[in-house]
Ligand binder design. Structure first.
Ligand SMILES: Cc1cc2nc3c(=O)[nH]c(=O)nc-3n(C[C@H](O)[C@H](O)[C@H](O)COP(=O)(O)OP(=O)(O)OC[C@H]3O[C@@H](n4cnc5c(N)ncnc54)[C@H](O)[C@@H]3O)c2cc1C
Length: 397
């Protein structure tokens, strides 16, 4: 079978790239290893409304579980800051339904999707194009989009570098009912004892339900279980909670890979390290860059030139639009995780006392946080805050 583009992986990045390419009239096949698109899921499902608008998608009611208007961020001491940015700052979606809905959109635009189709190899074919092989089928194609998520087995096999192990954090999450929380606020809990390298979260789903999760350098499930019973704030909010289901996953805290295209192939989404390191969120930024990948493939197909040189426009566009933002978020996350609990307490307290939260409220963007971070860094009050926090850099890191 001959295709213009084979997309490997029916996550959001693969499906958004597929939609772009199919919409331009090209012959597209998406290959997904699982039986059902969107399953098994592992995501907290928090997506900014502005990000969804940039992606030019408006989730249908069936996909949306809740909307949130802001976040409460807890320091290890329990002291918290509240960042509210207006109604409907973000949607909480059910990723199983969200991904299936994206798949339906891709099919409506003309893409084909084959589930239970695990890609084993990508090889060069005799005609100078590529052959994508599943266990029972070969697909000849002019171009390939690798959207295999965090695993990066295929991208590595064709020569791309991969996100390093140290940038992958184990995560665990429960869906619970009977929680005592504010239904329109996301809550984030920081602390080296609680979640070294990341944080714990409570995301409200409405009607007393929530996703409660934690990612950390190690032992994420053990740490989460212990927080449910022992953390002074989390345990109180979940005192009467009943666990409905649990799910594990891997959160990426990384910068984008420096090369994301070669002859005939682009890598997108988590595979390319397109995530916000401050939160591990990758649906919006992975989707935006996957759409760029789709556009670049469209023009390559149009000109019948799938060379690395032609496809490198994808690298250049991602770099000029997003890399600075993503690198700034990565450096910020690294700086935060280098602090002891006292340092984190000091930052949260000082940010409030010095009036820096107004800058965040005014300038903050849930997805592209680089701008507000740079604004904060250039503020003399942040210099004072950093000087105070520097006393608490962990010397053992
Ligand atoms: C606990 C947790 C919470 C998160 N919360 C959020 C959040 O609130 N907001 C947010 O934006 N992001 C969140 N993320 C991150 C988000 O889930 C990812 O960034 C996003 O799913 C990446 O999309 P993707 O399409 O690149 O990869 P994926 O969604 O992982 O999709 C990859 C697809 O490729 C398929 N595949 C892999 N290998 C093959 C193969 N060989 N052949 C065929 N198919 C294959 C997989 O089955 C999968 O369906 C969270 C992640 C975790 C772990």
């Amino acid at each position: 079978m001959n295709y213009d583009a084979i997309i490997i992986g029916a996550g959001p990045a693969g499906l958004l790239a597929a939609t772009k390419i199919a919409k331009a009239g090209h012959n597209v096949m998406v290959l997904e290893e699982h039986e059902k698109v969107g399953e098994p899921d592992h995501c907290a499902g928090l997506l900014s409304s502005s990000g969804l608008r940039s992606l030019n998608i408006k989730p249908i009611a069936d996909v949306v579980q809740n909307t949130v208007s802001g976040a409460r961020i807890y320091a290890p001491s329990g002291h918290s800051i509240f960042i509210e940015r207006g109604q409907r700052e973000a949607f909480v979606v059910d990723r199983r339904r969200f991904d299936s809905w994206l798949a339906r959109n891709a099919v409506d635009r003309g893409a084909k999707i084959a589930t239970s189709s695990k890609v084993m190899h990508i090889t060069d074919s005799k005609t100078g194009t590529r052959t994508v092989k599943t266990s029972n089928q070969n697909y000849d194609t002019k171009t390939v989009v690798i959207a295999e998520g965090i695993r990066s087995v295929l991208s590595k096999s064709v020569g791309f570098s991969v996100v390093s192990k140290s940038n992958k954090l184990p995560a665990y999450q429960y869906e619970v009912k009977g929680v005592d929380i504010e239904e329109d606020l996301v809550e984030m809990f920081y602390g080296r004892q609680l979640a070294p390298g990341f944080f714990a979260w409570i995301i409200p789903l409405g009607e007393g339900r929530a996703r409660v999760g934690l990612a950390a350098k190690n032992k994420s499930k053990i740490r989460l279980d212990s927080a449910l019973h022992q953390h002074p704030i989390i345990s109180k909010k979940l005192k009467k909670a009943k666990i409905l289901r649990g799910m594990g996953g891997t959160v990426l805290v990384c910068q984008p890979l420096s090369r994301v295209s070669i002859d005939g192939i682009v890598i997108v989404g988590d595979t390319a390290g397109m995530v916000k390191a401050t939160t591990g969120g990758g649906v919006i930024i992975g989707g935006l860059t996957a759409q760029i990948g789709g556009d670049v493939i469209n023009s390559a197909l149009h000109e019948d030139d799938y060379s690395g040189k032609k496809l490198s426009r994808y690298d250049r566009q991602c770099k000029s639009l997003y890399f600075r933002e993503l690198q700034t978020m990565y450096m910020t996350q690294k700086a935060l995780t280098s602090l002891t609990d006292k340092g984190l307490d000091s930052i949260v307290r000082d940010a409030q006392e010095l009036g820096l939260l107004d800058v965040v409220r005014r300038e903050g963007d849930m997805d592209l946080q680089g701008k507000v971070i740079r604004k904060l860094v250039s503020d003399p009050r942040t210099f004072l805050l950093s000087l105070r926090a520097m006393r608490y850099i962990n010397p053992f890191l």
